[in-house]
Design a protein around this ligand. Structure first.
Ligand code: B3K
Ligand code: ZN
Length: 851
């Protein structure tokens, strides 16, 4: 397969200012007629090249007459003598046989589309690249009984009834858009609709379309949508621009959701929620994803990407925007901790492995493989650093300038940074390295004190990554404070230090007493900081740092220090952790959600990033011994905290959610220290649970211990929720992620369960994704976990390559593991590689992992 390179970008030869599409829709056979008004772009005599994928032209006409055309592979090549023409093509599709879920496909009786990144070429022949913007007029006709609702982008302009029970509708989108934002939906849907009045007083009709029976589960998504629309007006001055905004929920979807102009299509798991079936985390995720897709209306749709290398232009920025929204509607401190946890769980390992790539990649084979934690989450951190460096007012001036300057255009990450510079006067030349250099920078910090003050010595290195051996020093914004050893107070005000060289020393004069170092507060830069610590320093910060993130971080640093010693064979020394947890639980100043996060041990995956080589069994054993010791030492404190965190089951406010979370965290430790007591409490919690969060937390505690109580809970859970796909997904993933040796047996049985379905991405992820993310159960010394995953990847690849390719990464880091596992992981990758006719999605990930 061919590699596409960023430096090869060329403006399109032909533009398509307008397109008319005509769909004669049916699940077995859909006819698509497309009329493209094309215009030659610049002086050249090259033919019109239209991308296609698994489609064949039934007819090609130029200005109404038979055209001269050929096929170059999948590309339709049309010779045009004039500078403008109307090119008409016709193709036939079989949506019900489209298991890749790209293009037009069938899901649970619906017909729907997914075009980003390159799915539109599976619907019709088109220059399928984001810098070709067109006005769309879409006519759909279908059997009225089977598909009573017909939706597309923009506004409905005409409808009517045809013969033999068919009907039709025409939709028009006044905003020119790239093909990846095209969408249509046809089906038997019910709508939850609500009006919204925008900041300038226009009325917008909001609609959330689902199966009739799911309507009662759409209120939270609707509320979140309205909140996000208001927030974007207030925070970014962005107003919605069409008369309608529709969201459709579908059961078969390759990822979370899609921001098609005026017609978002969602994985139903990010729309449907009821307290019985959705956990608090699900509720939060729904709010975030609804907001994210809505925010794309400006950061993505009105201003879009010039080419796919610029993906982070819309994704990094939009994640930053949804993070701001979540912080505003919930607790900012808890939000920030969670963002960093997910960056560390997903992006740091990626940046340190064979699939590392810059936020703005230089090349790809399959673009679907680049919807990564690096492009999304590290990309958001880049925007956040600019926000930190510029300050909120200048940042807002920069975003205003960006939207104003580039409205209706397809632009680059460079254009974004330039708008920030132009609006603020800041010099971001060195900062741009964050877009081009992969790898997580490391910062070493050492505070040196003298009679008069203190000097902070900083040094940075950026590790080598595939294709990038020599790195330049980055511009790293570090929020730093010094905390008095005696007073516990912040000595002088927090400073923003911009580390720009390999080494640098910063002087603090106003220090009157011995001080502790609080660095990278709020996680101001996505780097790994190693600070030289004095005796007692980290223990003190863990219970006193005023910056909530830094306080959480100090807890993690403290626990990691002692856990790592145990992993490397030292004694299990939990004294410092026990004291810090005790004081955290006893605090009246901290909210329960923060407490829950602060007392949670670093995960096995996080610890794996800190050791070399990785021995998952040793990590698990040390961490379990640690949990047992903590659970025993703190039995009374944990019981008290557990009992004290009884939440109002009918409330979804942050206090109640935090209390449920604290109950989950304490229950886990109670069960570690005393499995009998933990089982008793978990059993009771399960039986009495009125929310999915309580039920799920009880199941996790039982899953760790195992035994009859676990089996009984699984049975009860299944019987109660059979037939509810989103909840049965949880049932699968609870079993697949249980941190026990027997988990693989459960996984193998689940693969044969009648509810397992290789064609449904949610179900596949809830089994294969959950299992591969469970370090101890997956990384078996006998390698059977790897064999299972390799087989699953090959099987899924035949059905849905995009989803299959997502599971390669857990095998890809084989070089980091101890020799026995390492060799078995590599062998599993080799076996995948040996399969004939792999998709280019899987091929790219596996070959890069073996390189
Ligand atoms: N833009 C889509 C992601 C499309 C993924 C294509 N492989 C959803 C989002 O980021 O909002
Ligand atoms: Zn997005």
């Amino acid at each position: 397969p061919q590699e596409i390179r960023r430096e090869d970008y060329r403006a399109p030869d032909w533009l398509v200012p307008a397109i008319e599409l005509d769909f004669d829709l049916a699940a077995e056979k859909t006819l698509v007629t497309a009329r493209l008004s094309v215009e030659r772009n610049g002086e050249h005599d090259r033919p019109l090249r239209l991308d296609g994928d698994e489609i064949v032209p039934l007819a090609v006409l130029v200005d109404g007459a038979e055209a001269r055309w050929t096929m170059d592979g999948a590309t339709l090549v049309v010779e045009l003598s004039e500078n403008a023409a109307v090119v008409e093509t016709r193709v036939a599709l079989a949506p019900d046989r489209n298991s890749k879920l790209m293009g037009l496909y069938a899901s649970g009786g619906l017909l729907c589309t997914q075009c980003e990144a390159e799915g539109f070429r599976r619907i019709t022949f088109f220059p399928d690249r984001p810098d070709v913007l067109s006005r769309y007029r879409v006519r759909m006709s279908a059997d009225k009984a089977r598909f009573p609702v017909l939706l597309a982008n923009g506004n409905p302009v005409e409808t009517g009834d045809g013969e033999d029970g068919s009907h039709w509708a025409v939709w028009e989108d006044p905003f020119p858009k790239p093909s990846y934002l095209f969408a249509l939906v046809a089906g038997d849907l019910a709508v939850n609709s609500d009006p919204f009045t925008t900041m300038s007083g226009r009325s917008v009709e909001l609609g959330i379309w689902v199966r009739e029976g799911d309507l009662p589960r759409t209120d939270h998504a609707m509320e979140s949508l309205k909140q996000s629309m208001r927030w974007d007006e207030e925070t970014y001055g962005r107003e919605y621009d069409l008369d309608r905004f529709n969201i459709v929920a579908v059961d078969d979807f390759n990822f979370g959701a899609m921001e098609n102009k005026g017609l978002n299509i969602f994985n139903s798991r990010y729309i449907l929620a009821a307290p019985e079936t959705a956990s608090d985390a699900d509720y939060d995720a729904i709010a975030t994803v609804v907001a994210h897709e809505y925010f794309h209306n400006w950061s993505g749709d009105r201003v879009t990407c010039r080419d796919w290398f610029q993906l982070s232009l819309k994704e990094g920025f939009t994640v930053f925007r949804d993070q701001g929204f979540s912080a505003a509607i919930g607790s900012a401190a808890v939000e920030r901790i969670e963002q960093v946890k997910s960056l560390r769980a997903g992006q740091f390992p990626e940046d340190a492995g064979p699939l590392a790539h810059p936020v703005r990649p230089d090349s790809y084979i399959e673009i679907s493989n680049f919807y990564t934690a690096t492009v999304y989450n590290k990309g958001a951190e880049l925007i956040r650093m600019m926000h930190t460096i510029l300050g909120p007012e200048a940042f807002r001036a920069g975003s205003d300038l960006y939207f104003e300057r580039h409205d209706g255009q397809a632009v680059t990450c460079e254009d974004f940074v330039r708008a920030m510079e132009d609006a603020s006067g800041a010099d971001l030349r060195q900062f741009r390295l964050w877009y081009s250099q992969a790898g997580t920078p490391r910062v070493l910090a050492r505070l040196e004190q003298d009679g008069a003050g203190a000097t902070l010595h900083l040094a940075q290195t950026v590790p080598a990554t595939p294709g990038q051996t020599d790195k330049k020093p980055m511009l790293i914004p570090l929020r730093v404070a010094l905390i008095g050893e005696r007073s516990g107070a912040e000595l002088a005000t927090e400073r923003l230090i911009l580390l720009d060289g390999e080494q640098s020393s910063v002087r603090f004069d106003d220090v009157g007493e011995p001080a502790f170092l609080s660095i990278n507060r709020g996680f101001s830069a996505p780097v790994i900081v190693t600070a030289e610590r004095r005796a007692g320093e980290i223990e003190a910060l863990a219970v006193s740092d005023q910056d909530p993130f830094a306080r959480f971080e100090a807890m993690q640093e403290l626990m990691s220090r002692d856990l790592l010693a145990a992993i490397y064979g030292g004694a299990v020394e939990t004294g410092a952790t026990v004291a810090a947890i005790r004081s955290t639980l006893a605090s009246n100043a901290l909210d329960p959600a923060f407490k829950a996060l602060a007392i949670s041990l670093p995960t096995e995956a996080e610890l794996a990033e800190k050791v070399d080589p990785v021995d998952p069994a040793a990590i698990h054993a040390a961490r379990e011994a640690f949990r047992v010791a903590i659970g025993e030492a703190l039995a009374d404190d944990l019981e008290a905290a557990y009992a004290g965190a009884a939440a109002d089951p009918d409330s979804l406010d942050s206090l109640a959610k935090g209390q449920r979370r604290l109950r989950a965290a304490t229950l886990g430790l109670i069960a570690a220290g005393n499995p009998e007591r933990g089982t008793e409490l978990a059993r009771r919690q399960f039986a009495e649970a009125r929310t999915m969060s309580d039920r799920q937390a009880a199941m996790m505690a039982l899953g760790t211990v195992g035994g009859d109580a676990w089996d009984e809970a699984l049975d009860a859970f299944y019987r109660r929720f059979a037939g509810d796909p989103l909840v049965i997904d949880k049932w699968f993933s609870l079993q697949a992620s249980a941190p026990r040796a027997e988990t693989l047996d459960a996984v193998e049985a689940l693969e044969k369960h009648p509810d397992f379905n290789l064609a449904n991405p949610n179900r596949v992820r809830s089994l294969a994704g959950a299992y591969a993310m469970s370090p101890f159960a997956f990384h078996r010394a006998d390698g059977r976990g790897y064999d299972w995953l390799a087989r699953m990847i090959v099987a899924v690849d035949r059905v849905n390559p995009q989803t299959a390719a997502r599971f390669v990464a857990p095998l890809g880091r084989w070089k980091r593991y101890e020799p026995v596992r390492s060799e078995k992981m590599r062998a599993a990758l080799e076996r995948i590689m040996a399969e004939p006719s792999l998709s280019k999605d899987v091929l790219e990930q596996v070959s890069k992992s073996l390189a």
